[in-house]
Design a protein around this ligand. Structure first.
Ligand code: TNX
Length: 531
């Protein structure tokens, strides 16, 4: 009897321990519904996948790569009965981009509403995989999932620091894993022009470069230069390859061509486009610069339209970002051409001149079937008719846009800027201004109470911005981005009522080893110091 009791007790402890482990396994972003079971699916080299009619095989690429790196073997695709089944059925998974994932001891099935749904089901499955003693398993569960917001964005500034195509592809894979569907590619700024424009070769030979490389990214000496030219740009062929790579992972790339401010790099090659005629040089340090595109000069508009004529065929995106932020009006105030434009167009002041500028570019882009997005300063002097506002200086811009029945994307710097410090540890590398620990970012709520139910519909989603002034290397970029990007994914995807910071932290514990396997330099000092 004693022996039997001891046996029962041991079994109980074992089952409990196993169950506790399963209970803590999870998915980031937290799905709409997840029901865990104690079943476990075990993979073997014989486990095959069947891909239902109409499913694009590209959906499997990232999963297969990851699975192979974990197990050392690939899963064969089979036309007949297989233990992993992928299907599209919009009557079963009724929400766009949604999916139903079921894992039992015998079978794994993913039913997507659409291709994206199947893809996201596979990303969730990646997060359920466990490897122990050479055995790969997936925790049993039924997941029913779909996103809260249609726009789930991440931005990357490649002007202040340049990241090569391979780094961009790795980054895209990581966005995809966390169900982020928009990549806002900040391609031009004062410190470098990063996209090949064949009509303007000096953009490649001059604007893509600055005279100095900033080194010494330490708190005590952030301003040291090594005297070496710094720069680079993407060829149009590279851009096409990146756009294709992203599309295969259900990510739309929105290019940003900045205007009328943050234009020094372009002006350094084409000084006639500035109010004073130059000479100008691409900035070697950070900030806001007074020399901007001249709004009184017709050639400025011809130049920007010609640039866009080459940009548009590369990016199928409905949206094109035209910047609009931080444009000092100093030079416009004393520029005869700008003043003439103000008079001729019956504008009140330089703010209305900025609005004229953006409105004119919007018309051009609309005539090519595209819509503009701009930073919230495009509200200055009146919003262009179909513009979407990206609200960065706070939430006010997004709220104002929604109240005017314009679409808005929330990206307030206080909550979702990844160049801000994530911890107060002195070991933290030099970063941009503020302090946004993981919890603060996680708890950001994009729909503010100022908005009525109808107005809230204009908030299309949320985005985190990775300005790269202090991201001098990929390792440093990853340190700033991870794990905070995972918090963004829950803001953007997870239903409001399912958000729970403590639960997120528990799931994060299982996610960090995954990120390590993917060679991501995740920060481990993201917790808050409360004293
Ligand atoms: C403001 S956010 C900028 C960027 C800087 C960033 C640094 C925005 C639209 N403009 O040019 O890189 O602050 O945090």
């Amino acid at each position: 009897v004693f022996k039997a009791l001891f046996y029962i007790l041991c079994c109980g402890l074992f089952i409990n321990a196993a169950h506790a482990q399963i209970k803590e396994q999870g998915i980031i972003p937290q799905p709409f519904k997840i029901q865990k079971s104690s079943e476990v699916f075990t993979f073997s080299p014989k486990t095959s996948i069947s891909v239902g009619a109409g499913i694009d095989a590209n959906n499997l690429t990232f999963f297969n790569q990851y699975f192979h790196s974990l197990s050392g073997y690939s899963l064969p695709i089979s036309k007949s009965a297989a233990s992993i089944k992928l299907n599209i059925d919009s009557a079963k998974a009724i929400q766009p981009e949604g999916y139903i994932l079921s894992v039992t001891s015998k079978q794994i099935s993913i039913t997507g509403h659409d291709q994206a749904g199947v893809f996201y089901g596979l990303q969730s499955l990646i997060q359920l995989l466990r490897s122990s003693n050479g055995k790969i398993t997936a925790a049993g569960c039924v997941v029913e999932d779909y996103p809260r917001f249609a726009y789930r964005g991440m931005h990357l500034d490649v002007s202040r620091h340049f990241f090569k195509v391979d780094a961009i592809k790795k980054w895209i894979d990581l966005l995809a894993l966390y169900k982020i569907n928009t990549f806002h590619w900040h391609l031009t700024d004062d410190q470098g022009w990063r996209i090949e424009i064949k009509k303007y070769p000096l953009l490649q030979s001059i604007s893509a470069w600055r005279d100095e490389t900033i080194i010494g990214h330490k708190r005590d000496s952030p301003h040291r230069f090594d005297g070496k030219r710094y720069g680079g740009y993407y060829t149009q062929d590279e851009v096409k390859a990146v756009v294709k790579y992203a599309m295969e992972r259900h990510i739309n790339i929105i290019p940003e061509i900045e205007m009328p401010g943050h234009a020094l790099a372009a002006l350094s090659a084409y000084p006639q486009l500035g109010c004073t005629g130059g000479p100008y040089k691409a900035a070697t340090f950070w900030g806001i610069f007074d020399d901007v595109y001249c709004a009184g000069n017709e050639e400025t508009f011809t130049f920007l339209q010609n640039v866009l004529d080459e940009v548009l065929p590369l990016f199928p995106s409905k949206y094109i970002h035209i910047g609009g932020d931080e444009c000092p009006k100093t030079k416009w105030k004393t520029c005869p051409k700008c003043q003439k434009r103000i008079k001729d167009e019956h504008l009140k002041d330089e703010h209305e001149l900025q609005s004229y500028f953006i409105g004119r570019m919007e018309k051009y882009l609309n005539s090519k079937g595209r819509q503009i997005i701009g930073w919230d300063e495009i509200l200055e002097g009146g919003l262009a008719p179909g513009a979407t506002v990206m609200s960065w200086t706070g939430e006010e811009g997004g709220i104002a846009a929604a109240k005017q029945h314009h679409d808005a994307i929330m990206t307030p710097e206080k909550y979702v800027y990844l160049d801000y410090y994530q911890s107060l540890y002195p070991s933290e590398p030099l970063a941009g201004g503020g302090y946004t620990p993981l919890s603060k970012m996680y708890n950001y709520e994009p729909i503010t109470k100022e908005l009525s139910g109808d107005e809230a519909k204009y908030i299309k989603g949320v985005q985190a911005n990775a300005w790269s002034e202090y991201l001098a290397s990929i390792a440093q970029a990853e340190h700033q981005l991870f794990p905070r990007m995972l918090a963004l994914s829950e803001i953007a995807w997870t239903a409001k009522e399912n958000k729970d910071y403590n639960g997120f932290l528990k799931r994060l514990r299982y996610e960090l080893p995954l990120l390590k396997r993917l060679n991501v330099n995740t920060a481990n000092t993201f917790d808050e110091i409360t004293d």
